[in-house]
Design a protein around this ligand. Structure first.
Ligand SMILES: [Fe+2]
Ligand SMILES: [Fe+2]
Length: 286
């Protein structure tokens, strides 16, 4: 059973990571809809706005209540996030809420004085709102996956990527449900989930680099095999390889932002995958 203090801290640390991830999935969906699917793009825009509100609420509550280790792990933002958000906003016209990233720079780390009697109720209510929204978003992604799998729609997202972001929503629902029950094992089997997730990032990125980027394609292909192997044996520590794939994603993001690496993925997509690797690293070395 989690103590109240643990429940508050772990909820806010998880939400700071996951709500932004959900918000960006909405941006990726919105930007990948061809004109006949404008109505789906509009629904995705609506989800993005709802998650932006929830992220802003999470940031407000998190002040003084999350560990400095979590804040410095590179799972909430990286050196590239703000520039990547700006680049996507410029190229797609979709608002990316860079002000939220700037707000995150100023979150104060944990002090024992920050918890008031109202804090737990506020976090409980916030978790409840988020859980409702993620449930709705998971249903939306499941619909998208069904329709594309049956060839009723065509989007510019890999079917495997739609499945990937659906699994992330389902994972977050599972975590929030565990947290709401104050279950201390709320994040069990995380290595199985994240090894699989890292393998899928590598394979999607492999297919989104420009065909002329041979070195990046080969490296992504290698990471796909490395994490496929790790996914078979989740007892082996994935820490060294996850640090390596994190560096690879950072290099790709930086290269794309400086127009030195060609790809049909956005730097926000690779930065997003970078933050997920950093989140996994943080879980392995809390
Ligand atoms: Fe994701
Ligand atoms: Fe992912």
């Amino acid at each position: 059973m989690l103590s109240s203090a643990e429940y508050i801290q772990l909820s806010l640390e998880s939400n700071l990571f996951w709500v932004r991830i959900m918000k960006e999935h909405a941006i990726f969906i919105e930007s990948a809809m061809p004109p006949p699917l404008n109505h789906i793009a509009r629904q995705a825009e609506h989800f993005k706005q709802q998650f932006a509100v929830l992220l802003s609420e999470t940031i407000r509550h998190a002040n003084g209540l999350v560990s400095s280790g979590a804040l410095q792990s590179g799972q909430y933002y990286t050196n590239f996030t703000e520039a990547a958000e700006q680049a996507v906003q410029n190229s797609t016209g979709i608002g990316t809420d860079g002000y939220l990233t700037q707000m995150e720079y100023n979150i104060e780390p944990l002090t024992t004085y920050s918890i008031t009697p109202e804090t737990e109720d506020a976090v409980n209510q916030l978790n409840g709102y988020i859980l409702n929204m993620v449930n709705a978003f998971a249903a939306f992604k499941a619909d998208l996956l069904d329709n594309q799998s049956a060839c009723r729609i065509f989007t510019l997202l890999y079917t495997a990527d739609i499945s990937h972001i659906l699994h992330e929503a389902q994972r977050y629902i599972q975590l929030l449900t565990g947290l709401q029950n104050k279950d201390e094992n709320f994040n069990q089997n995380y290595a199985e989930f994240w090894n699989q997730n890292m393998a899928e990032h590598a394979k999607s990125m492999r297919g989104l680099f420009d065909p002329s980027e041979t070195a990046f394609i080969n490296e992504a292909d290698r990471y796909g095999r490395v994490f496929d192997a790790l996914a078979q044996v989740p007892t082996i520590s994935a820490l060294p390889d996850t640090k390596d794939i994190s560096a690879f994603k950072a290099t790709a993001t930086q290269g794309m932002l400086s127009c030195k690496v060609k790809a049909i993925m956005s730097p926000l997509y690779t930065d997003h995958n970078l933050r997920e690797a950093n989140h996994y690293i943080h879980l392995m070395q809390p």
